[in-house]
Design a binder for this molecule. Structure first.
Ligand code: GTP
Ligand code: MG
Length: 348
């Protein structure tokens, strides 16, 4: 009898031990479960990062010819007094880069007077930075009850319509509803091109037949935007020669219409093609007079452009560059920041 009791007790003990051991294993498995899952999460993140970098253009990688023009300044060694040969190289590089004579002279004067305590590239970088206005704002709000309008002007082929497409995407990504006004009624293909951007970005669009009055298209777009409570109207205009008085008068008229309630023009962007160099400056002067430009969009900085034109525009016209185009894709637009721009040319 005693033996039977001992055997039963041993069996119960063995069973209890087994249960406890199993429980421990299970709880160990629970604790280690998240650890086991972590590598998957990490792999996922690592896989996505390169894509993100592809999507967000990095100015330095997109500057094309602009950065290589500054190679000889970036590679200058030594600090302190700047030699005559170094001054010659800086002068040649700055003129080639399109910063213009006024800025080049100012930078050379600065180097002669103050030397380059932290190296020539650093001194040129600081001098160029001084050409830019310290602040630049992009306005997206109008007076209460009015719809903000961004108007885009410029000569043929500079990138107005493409820039509008890129900006529509940006506004929509930021939660704004957008109405595009196809104010380029010169060619049927122009409003078709804007329609494609509307389809691609999910923006609303108002367009009219070829030859229609551009002012009335803008007027209709404002009506639609007001009725739908849209957040912003982006108005395209036909490319026009900067020296044609009639075309510039027409532009002033479009601007007046766009600025009448329920609309309010909060930004007039002059779009300039960076590859046209100093020509862009003379265009800018003509348009500024007709359209009261509030900001520049400088496109095609990714190609053969010599980026110094950005500096010349700001210094000689006093109009801030607000966006730069660095490619044909919808994401290829960068909010312009002088420091990042100058760094991308001159940082070693
Ligand atoms: N590489 C490059 N190409 C650009 C950029 N912006 C525009 N383009 C190209 O430039 C060409 C002209 O662009 P559009 O947007 O049609 O120019 P537009 O000013 O509207 O031209 P018009 O309506 O004829 O006056 C197109 O092939 C665009 O893809 C840019 O930042 N970089
Ligand atoms: Mg166009």
């Amino acid at each position: 009898m005693t033996i039977v009791i001992i055997v039963i007790a041993l069996v119960v003990l063995a069973a209890l031990t087994l249960i406890v051991v199993r429980r421990r294993r299970n709880s160990a498995a629970l604790v280690s479960a998240p650890r086991a899952a972590m590598p998957e999460v990490l792999v996922h993140e690592v896989a996505e990062r390169p894509q993100l970098l592809d999507d967000v253009p990095v100015l330095e990688q997109r500057l094309g010819a602009s950065r290589s023009i500054f190679d000889r300044v970036r590679s200058m060694v030594g600090a302190g007094t700047v030699s005559a040969e170094q001054l010659d190289v800086v002068e040649e590089v700055l003129l080639r880069s399109d910063v213009g004579v006024a800025t080049t002279t100012a930078v050379l004067d600065d180097l002669r007077a103050n030397g380059a305590p932290e190296g020539v590239a650093h001194a040129v970088r600081t001098a160029l930075l001084g050409a830019f206005a310290p602040e630049r704002e992009v306005t997206t709000v109008a007076e209460p009850g009015r719809v903000p309008v961004w108007l885009f002007v410029g000569v043929n082929g500079v990138g107005k319509t493409t820039t509008i497409g890129k900006l529509a995407k940006r506004h929509i990504d930021q939660g704004r509803s957008v109405v595009l006004a196809a104010g380029d009624t010169f060619r049927a293909a122009a409003s078709e091109q804007l329609q494609q951007w509307a389809d691609r970005t999910g923006a609303d669009i108002v367009r009219a037949a070829e030859g229609a009055d551009p002012g009335s298209v803008v007027h209709d777009a404002l009506g639609r935007a007001a009725a739908r409570g849209a957040d912003i109207v982006l108005a395209d205009t036909a490319g026009r020669r900067a020296n044609s008085t009639n075309l510039l008068d027409e532009l002033s008229k479009i601007r007046r219409v766009a600025d009448r309630a329920p609309g309010q023009v909060v930004e007039t962007f002059m779009v300039l093609d960076a590859t046209t160099g100093q020509n862009a400056l003379s265009q800018a002067r003509e348009f500024h007079a007709a359209a009261n430009v509030t900001g520049i969009v400088l496109t095609k900085l990714d190609g053969t452009a010599r980026g110094g034109i950005v500096v010349a525009i700001e210094r000689e016209l006093g109009i801030p560059v607000k966006f730069v185009g660095v490619g044909e894709g919808v994401g290829d637009l960068i909010i312009f920041e002088p420091r990042a721009f100058v760094d991308s040319l001159l940082d070693t």
